[in-house]
Design a protein around this ligand. Structure first.
Ligand code: GAL
Length: 364
């Protein structure tokens, strides 16, 4: 039998386990919860930062975090979420690989009364999603298209129409079809491009203008490179591409590789992007990629952690600012939307360096 003198107060155990926590930050046994965080992949810097930022924030609130990356593999993500439920997670934060493929673990979470926050990508086809934290995704697409027009000279930087006559040849890329965001980005972009396509100022010589025809599975740059090389081989033997709508920096780099392989450069067609990833920001500085969309993932992580804290305390998160747009096929998920910022060579320093997102040294 264990003698009572060996029973160490729980608070001391927790402080020991957390190492550096000072006396003033002691966590009471009932405050620290296990939070399961699953991210899609480590192949993109943004998801690494998203995961680390959420983890740090939740830990600074006294919680424990199980952070997992699924390497873009659906069964791996399903298993990771089930493991987190089995380990006793009290809340799940999920950035999905495939937004519609998690209904089973989400049902298990609901059965165990574990709330779920969808992180950046909406979880679809399930009633068991409590909240959603993301950016104004339609606006991302609008900004991408506007920057394509600005780069081509069809629009002035202040938004006014310019005198450039066109027509310009462009090709369109969308993100992964299993990511709800892809539809929002594409629809946002097409809301801007449609009139230009209709009046012939923009031409898509491949004829591929429907969402289904232009998606890029798992947002893969290589897939995009191959698709553009095929298009160049068939539709641009005697013509030049002037611009490419790209929904994401990893895709933009694949597009630029295809363009280089086809002999483009040193002046490149206007290529858009998203995420302000380091290689793409360097590419913008080097006059290769034209633009990107900056989404401050530090803010998204902080907002999500605040949301998580409220949910753990069984309160309604105060951040929610959209109750209409994110219908996941079963319910409208209450969402918090942050603002994206369009970035090109003219403002990257102000937006990315002066905000502390990157240092000058990182961009050299
Ligand atoms: C989307 C996300 C984008 C980009 C893309 C590829 O869901 O909103 O910012 O990261 O995935 O990872």
């Amino acid at each position: 039998m264990r003698s009572s003198r060996f029973v160490v107060p729980v608070v001391v155990l927790l402080v020991t386990a957390c190492g550096a926590r000072s006396a003033g930050q002691q966590v009471k046994a009932d405050e620290g919860e296990l939070v399961g965080v699953t991210m899609p992949t480590t192949t993109s810097q943004r998801w690494l930062s998203d995961g680390e930022n959420i983890k740090k924030d939740m830990e600074s609130r006294g919680h424990r975090v199980d952070l997992q990356y699924a390497q873009n593999d659906i069964p791996t993500q399903v298993r990771q979420i089930k493991d987190q439920i089995a380990k006793g997670a009290k809340l799940l934060i999920i950035a999905s690989v495939d937004g519609s493929a998690l209904t089973e673990p989400l049902q298990m979470a609901a059965d165990a009364r574990i709330p779920v926050i969808a992180y950046d990508r909406l979880l679809r086809g399930s009633a068991n999603v409590d909240y959603y934290a993301t950016f104004e995704n339609f606006r991302v697409g609008v900004y991408q298209a506007e920057s394509l027009l600005t780069g081509l000279g069809l629009r002035n930087a202040d938004g006014s129409p310019s005198a450039a006559p066109g027509p310009f040849n462009v090709e369109l890329f969308a993100g992964s079809a299993d990511d709800n965001n892809s539809v929002f980005f594409f629809n946002g972009a097409m809301s801007v491009l449609k009139p230009y396509l209709e009046d012939g100022k923009l031409k898509v010589l491949s004829g591929q203008t429907q969402f289904e025809a232009v998606t890029t599975l798992r947002w893969d740059g290589e897939t995009a490179r191959k698709r553009l090389e095929e298009i160049i081989g068939t539709s641009y033997r005697t013509k030049k591409i002037n611009g490419v709508l790209s929904p994401y920096d990893g895709i933009s780099l694949g597009i630029l590789t295809a363009l280089k392989n086809a002999g483009y450069g040193p002046q490149f067609p206007v290529v858009t992007g998203q995420d302000a990833e380091l290689p793409s920001v360097k590419s913008i500085i080097a006059d290769e990629q034209y633009s990107t969309i900056y989404k401050d993932t530090r803010e998204l992580a902080t907002a999500t952690a605040q949301m998580a804290e409220a949910v753990l305390k069984e309160r309604t998160p105060p951040q929610i600012n959209n109750l209409n747009d994110y219908n996941n096929g079963v319910k409208v998920v209450p969402a918090f939307l942050l603002n994206p910022v369009s970035v090109d060579k003219s403002n990257y320093h102000k937006v990315l360096v002066e905000s502390g997102y990157y240092t000058d040294d990182q961009l050299r």
